[in-house]
Design a protein. Structure first.
Lengths: 113, 282
C-alpha cells in the first residue's frame, strides 16, 4: 500500500506541552479514526518547539527553524493508505487542521529495476 | 495510384479526424485502465490513431471505429505493460489485471470510463489550471500547442504543466475512479467549474482578434453533453448545459460586422439562435 508523510504545521512555536486538553482528546481519538477510514499509522513523532530548532544554510548556523513563518512543522507521521483520496480524508480529520494545517506528501519509492 | 485510392485516402482521413473528435475520450479512458498510467495511455492512443490511417486505407473503415481504436490502443498498452513490468509495481491502482484481457470491447458495458478520466483530471489535489489543461489534453484530445495558445502561455510551459500534473497523479496515487455518492457533489462541482472556465475562456477570448474562440466554446458544450449523457440524473449538469446554451445562443450577435463589441440593447435579437433558447426554456 502507498505510504504518505503527513507533515503537521501548527502556530509557532508549536510546543507540545502547550496543547489544550481538548486538542489532546482529539489526538487520542485520531488513531481509531485512521483505522476506520482504511489507513494505518506506520510511525509518527511530535517535535520540541521551534524555539529549539537550529538551521544550517551553506556553512552558516542560525538559531530557529529553516523558514520563518507563522506556522512551523510540529510533527509528522507516516500513513499507509490505499490511495490519495483516503489519505486526504484521514488528513482532514487531524486536529492540526483546526489552527494550522497538514501537508500530505507521498513517500518516494525508487523505481524497480 | 488510381483515382479511387485518392478518394479512399481522403475518406480515411475524414474518418480518422471524425473518430478523433468523437471517440478520443472513450478510447483514452478505456486504455488508461489497461496501461495503468495516463502518459503511457496517451502515447498508445496516439499510436492507434496513426495506425488507423494505414489500416483503414488498406482494409476499409471499420463499422465501429471507436472499438477498433480502443482494441488497438489497449494492445499497445498491454505490450508496454508486459515489456516494462515496472509499471505493475509502480501503479497497482490503475492496473486491473483481470480486466486487461482483450475481449471484444463493448461500448455499453463500461460507460463510466470517460467519467473516471474526467474526475481524475479534475481532482481537487490538482491546481485549477492543471485541471483545465489535463481535461483539454486527455478528455478532449486537444494538442499541447493549441492549449498553450488558448491560455496565453508558451508551449514548453504548457507541456511542463501537463507533465507535472500527470506525474502527481501517478506519484500521489490519485485514484482513477468516479467518486462515491458522499463526495460526488463536491467533486462534480470541480468538474463543472473546469467546463465553465473552458467556456468562459472561449466566450471572451484572452488573445487574438476574435471575440469568441469557437473551438473552446464547442469543446465546453460537447463535454457538458457527454457528461449529461453519462450522468443523466444530475440537475447541476442540466443547469450548466442550459446556461451555456442560452449564453451561446447570442454568439453571432455579440459583435457588429467590424468585430466591435455590442452591448445587449444593441444586439439584433432576431438573430439569436432560437432553438437552443427554446430547449432551455422547455
Amino acid at each position: 500500500m502507498p505510504q504518505y508523510a503527513i507533515l503537521i504545521h501548527s502556530p509557532a512555536p508549536a510546543d507540545p506541552m502547550d496543547l489544550t486538553p481538548d486538542y489532546v482528546a482529539l489526538l487520542e481519538r485520531y488513531p481509531a479514526q485512521v483505522e476506520e477510514l482504511g489507513g494505518r499509522i506506520v510511525t509518527g513523532f511530535a517535535l520540541q518547539p521551534s524555539t529549539t530548532a537550529t538551521s544550517i544554510r551553506g556553512d552558516v548556523v542560525t538559531d530557529g527553524p529553516f523558514v520563518e513563518a507563522k506556522e512551523v512543522v510540529a510533527g509528522f507521521f507516516v500513513l499507509e493508505a490505499p490511495d490519495l483520496d483516503v489519505a486526504l480524508r484521514i488528513a482532514k480529520l487531524n486536529p492540526a487542521t483546526l489552527d494550522g494545517g497538514v501537508e500530505v506528501r507521498p513517500l518516494f519509492v525508487p523505481p524497480a529495476e | 495510384m488510381s483515382v479511387g485510392d485518392h478518394g479512399g485516402t481522403a475518406t480515411v482521413d475524414v474518418a480518422v479526424a471524425d473518430a478523433h473528435r468523437r471517440e478520443w475520450a472513450f478510447v483514452l479512458a478505456a486504455t488508461a485502465r489497461v496501461a495503468g498510467d495516463l502518459d503511457v495511455a496517451e502515447e498508445c492512443v496516439q499510436e492507434a490513431y496513426v495506425a488507423a490511417l494505414d489500416a483503414w486505407a488498406r482494409d476499409g473503415v471499420p463499422r465501429r471505429p471507436g472499438a477498433w481504436l480502443t482494441t488497438t490502443a489497449k494492445h499497445k498498452a498491454l505490450d508496454v505493460v508486459r515489456r516494462e513490468r515496472v509499471f505493475r509495481s509502480k501503479m497497482p491502482l490503475l492496473v486491473e489485471p483481470d480486466e486487461a484481457e482483450m475481449d471484444e470491447p463493448d461500448e455499453d458495458a463500461i460507460p463510466d470510463d470517460r467519467l473516471r478520466l474526467i474526475f481524475t483530471c479534475c481532482h481537487p489535489a490538482l491546481a485549477r489550471e492543471a485541471q483545465v489543461a489535463l481535461t483539454l489534453r486527455l478528455v478532449c484530445g486537444v494538442n499541447t500547442g493549441d492549449i498553450a495558445r488558448a491560455f496565453l502561455v508558451s508551449e514548453p510551459t504548457m507541456a511542463a504543466r501537463l507533465t507535472r500534473a500527470k506525474k502527481k497523479i501517478s506519484a500521489a496515487r490519485i485514484p482513477y475512479r468516479v467518486p462515491g455518492a458522499g463526495e460526488l457533489p463536491e467533486r462534480l462541482d470541480a468538474v463543472l467549474t473546469v467546463i465553465h472556465l473552458l467556456y468562459t475562456t472561449g466566450h471572451t477570448a484572452p488573445s487574438g482578434t476574435d471575440l469568441v474562440r469557437a473551438d473552446l466554446v464547442d469543446r465546453a458544450l460537447s463535454l457538458t453533453r457527454m457528461l449529461l449523457a453519462l450522468m443523466p440524473d444530475e440537475p447541476e449538469l442540466r443547469g450548466l448545459l442550459a446556461l451555456l446554451l442560452l449564453t451561446d445562443a447570442r454568439r453571432a450577435t455579440r459583435t457588429d460586422a467590424e468585430g466591435r463589441l455590442l452591448v445587449l440593447e444593441e444586439q439584433d435579437r432576431s438573430a439569436w439562435d432560437r432553438p437552443p433558447s427554446r430547449r432551455v426554456a422547455g
